[in-house]
Ligand binder design. Structure first.
Ligand code: ACM
Length: 273
């Protein structure tokens, strides 16, 4: 199977949702792909001063002009978009990734591992990781700092994900490199759509690192955009390698695990001393 994918690296302006949506659509007007991945919080910007400011900018996906515009693009092009989105659900506010198709929102993943001050404004995700099928290819969704928790990518791979869609606002230098490990250990393709630019909010300066990338199932860097500047990376993926979990003729990445001995959460055996 093959899947034509595009990553869009954007520079959102804080709070300018309509402008940021128009900007994303301007890039998309040049794109021919079956799956498009956009950055985390692509339309609101990132560094909310407080929960009230986030609440004012967050939207219900079903009532969002941004979602409607992206769904229209999907209808026109026969494509699917996975994008970061500030989600309002009743009194709760989530840092979410929406899977959008021709008929609107197909599914929603709510970030499980909030980074730094995000926890002051967002509620942590309340549901397990999400796998959705796009043209017969299983796509797992994770958001930015979820990369630091190998359990997310592993859970997705065990649920059959062949590709990790990874909307991001990376600020630490090594996020892109760490994703190469997540891809190797699970034998999956990684699609990190990161943002560029900086935000100075509430006394802190955040610089986003760009470098949106496609990583292959042996952890190899396939393509990477520059650290600065908006842009699009388009590529046709061949999923055959991501369906083969044998790293050598005798080593299978998923089946050779020894979960009965990992004692996750119960500590390792201590000896000596
Ligand atoms: C991040 O999770 N936005 C670093």
């Amino acid at each position: 199977a093959t899947l034509r994918v595009a990553l869009v690296q954007l520079h959102p302006r804080f709070g300018q949702t309509a402008r940021n949506c128009a900007r994303a659509l301007a890039w998309l007007s040049h794109v021919r792909a079956e799956l498009v991945v956009l950055p985390e919080l692509a339309f609101t910007g990132y560094a909310f001063r407080d929960r009230a400011e986030l609440r004012a900018l967050a939207e219900r996906p079903g009532e969002s002009a941004t979602v409607a515009a992206l769904a229209a693009w999907c209808r026109e092009r026969g494509a699917c978009v996975i994008t970061g989105f500030a989600e309002r659900a009743g009194d709760r506010l989530f840092n979410s990734a929406l899977v959008i198709g021709a008929r609107g929102v197909v599914a929603c993943y709510r970030k499980l591992h909030l980074f730094a001050r995000e926890a002051e404004v967002f509620d942590p995700g309340d549901r397990p990781p999400l796998v959705t099928a796009v043209r017969g290819v299983k796509i797992g969704t994770m958001i930015c700092f979820d990369y630091a928790f190998p359990e997310v990518a592993r859970t997705l791979a065990l649920a059959g994900a062949e590709v990790l869609a990874h909307p991001s606002n990376l600020v630490l230098d090594y996020g892109q490199r760490v994703m190469q490990s997540r891809c190797f250990e699970n034998g999956v393709v990684g699609l990190t759509a990161n943002r560029v630019g900086s935000e100075r909010r509430a006394g802190a300066l955040l610089r986003f690192t760009g470098g949106s990338q496609v990583v292959g199932p042996r952890g190899e860097l396939v393509r990477r955009l520059p650290r600065r500047g908006e842009g699009v990376l388009t590529l046709t993926l061949d999923l055959a390698a991501a369906r083969d979990k044998w790293v050598t003729p005798t080593n299978h990445l998923l089946n050779d695990r020894r979960p009965e001995l990992y004692q996750l959460g119960r500590g390792a055996r201590a000896a000596g001393g």
